[in-house]
Each structure stands twice: as C-alpha cells, then as structure tokens.
Design a protein around this ligand. Structure first.
Ligand code: IPD
Ligand code: CA
Length: 269
C-alpha cells in the first residue's frame, strides 16, 4: 500500500503537470465551449489538464479510482479514489482573468487523506495530508481566530443554477452585512475560497450547490488548518453535491444560525 507521503508527492507532481498546461493555454490560446448551459464553460485547457493528471495518476496507480469534473467517474474496486477539478475557476480562465487553480483530493476508504490546490499564477501551492496539518508553499497555515463578524472578511460563490438558490445566497450576503462584516469577496473558485480560509485570509465562506470536485481538496486543507466545514445542517461533507458553510471555529456556529433558512428550505439542485 502506498504511503500518504508518496501519494502527496504524486498529487503535487500532477498539479505541476496541470500548471504547465494552464500557463501554456493562457499565453498561447485555448478554445472555449459550454456544457449545455451557456454559463457553464469548459476550455481546451480544462480537458488537457485533466488528461495529464489522470495519465500521471494511472501511470503510478493503475488500479486507483478517479473522479474528474470533465471525464467523470471510472469505477474501481480500489479503496483509493482521486477527486479532481482540473481547473477550478474555469469562467475566470476562459475570460483571461488570471485567478484559477487545480484541485486534487485523494480519498482512502471514503475519507480524504491528501489535498493539493495549486494556483499557477500566484505561485501558491496549498496542501494537507492526514496527521500533518496544512501548508502553503511548505509553510504551516492556520485558520483565523476571528470571533466577531465585525473583524470578518467573508467569501461566497454562485452556482450556475439560477432562481431560488441565488435568492438564498443574496439574502445570506445581506444578513452578514447586517452583522457588520468587513467585506465579502467572490473569487470564482471554491477551492481557492477554502484555501484562503485555511490560511486565515478569509474568516468565513458559504455557497449553495457545490460539487465534490470543487470542494474535496479545499475542505480537507481547511479542516487540517483548524477551520470548521459542514453542510447547512452542520454535518460533514460527503461526496454528493452540497451546501457548504465554512469558517473559523468561533464564527462557524454563528454562520449556521444566520443561514438557518438554508436548513429549513428544501434543497433544489
Ligand atoms: C465553479 C467555481 C465557482 C463556484 C461554482 C463552481 P468551475 O467551478 O468553484 O467559484 O461558485 O459553483 O462550479 O466551474 O470553475 O470548476
Ligand atoms: Ca472545473
């Protein structure tokens, strides 16, 4: 059985391979199409990044399972599963906004044990491994200790779905501003939102309708850094599409309370 250390090194190598594809696509050009809904884009760099990650993983571990945003789930008997978003922040990438990342989580027997999130343009690689804590470019990172919303910088996102979920998100934003928050950001990548939370740059993050490939690595890195990450009921995230409420340990229970209508309104996604 491979060690966690070995898996982490392969995940970092895979992120480095994707980084090269992404920088090349941004500088030399790439194509953009959409996946059904006109606001849900995919670029040639998404597809090529996922291809190089998948190839590298299967070169080392031919029997491991793989779930990628673009190529789907390959079933496997193995207890290992790689959960990959080749580019999180695809809309940013497609528009030439240099803020995106690759996100690679490795799960063993249903629990995430390694997470790597790589932002090629900022030159920042976030990672965490079970029992080792969370790191940014090799330096340990920790959740913020913010206790009050007046000292909180928050983040959110909007899923591609429109209608009721957007209303719930917008009313959530209003409620946090009513608490006197410092400000709110919408970076356009859930994985970076969670890593910024892990590094104490953000104090809270909330979003409706997030897929496992978007959150798997980031939520693990955030938890390893001491953040609390749950769904709207306060339960740990699994592999299903979910609501996400994440924050410093002090703010998280208050966030659940403020977003209590998320708990009582039936999920639509
Ligand atoms: C999206 C980003 C965005 C979030 C969306 C995601 P993609 O992922 O994470 O921040 O608001 O819900 O779908 O499409 O860039 O991989
Ligand atoms: Ca993506």
């Amino acid at each position: 059985m491979p060690s966690i250390h070995e898996i982490l090194e392969i995940a970092k190598k895979a992120a480095a391979a994707a980084r090269a594809v992404q920088i090349k696509g941004l500088t030399e050009g790439h194509t953009v199409t959409h996946k059904g809904r006109t606001n849900d884009l995919v670029t040639s760099a998404d597809l090529e990044s996922e291809r190089v990650i998948r190839t590298l993983v299967h070169q080392h571990y031919p029997d491991h399972g793989f779930l990628g945003e673009e190529s789907g789930h390959s079933s496997s008997e193995s207890p290992w599963l790689w959960v990959v978003d080749p580019i999180d922040g695809t809309t940013n990438y497609a528009r030439g906004i240099p803020f995106f990342c690759s996100s690679i989580a490795v799960r063993h027997e249903g629990r995430t044990v390694v997470g790597v999130v790589d932002n090629p343009i900022a030159g920042e690689t976030f990672w965490a491994a079970e029992g080792q804590g969370a790191f940014l470019n090799g330096r340990p990172i920790q959740a913020s200790t913010a206790e009050k919303f007046t000292e909180a910088l928050m983040a959110t996102g909007f899923y591609y779905d429109r209608g009721r979920n957007i209303e719930l998100t917008l009313s959530g934003i209003q409620k946090f501003y009513n608490q006197g928050i410092m400000g709110l950001r919408r970076l356009g990548t859930c994985a970076m939102d969670l890593c910024y939370l892990a590094a104490g740059r953000f104090d809270g993050y909330f979003e409706i309708g997030i897929n496992a490939w978007d959150f798997a690595a980031g939520e693990f890195i955030a938890r390893q850094a001491g953040c609390t990450v749950t769904d709207e009921q306060g339960k740990p995230l699994g592999m299903d599409k979910s609501y996400i409420i994440a924050g410093s340990p002090q703010l998280h229970p208050q966030m659940l309370e403020i977003l209590s209508d998320w708990r009582t309104t039936p999920r639509v996604f």
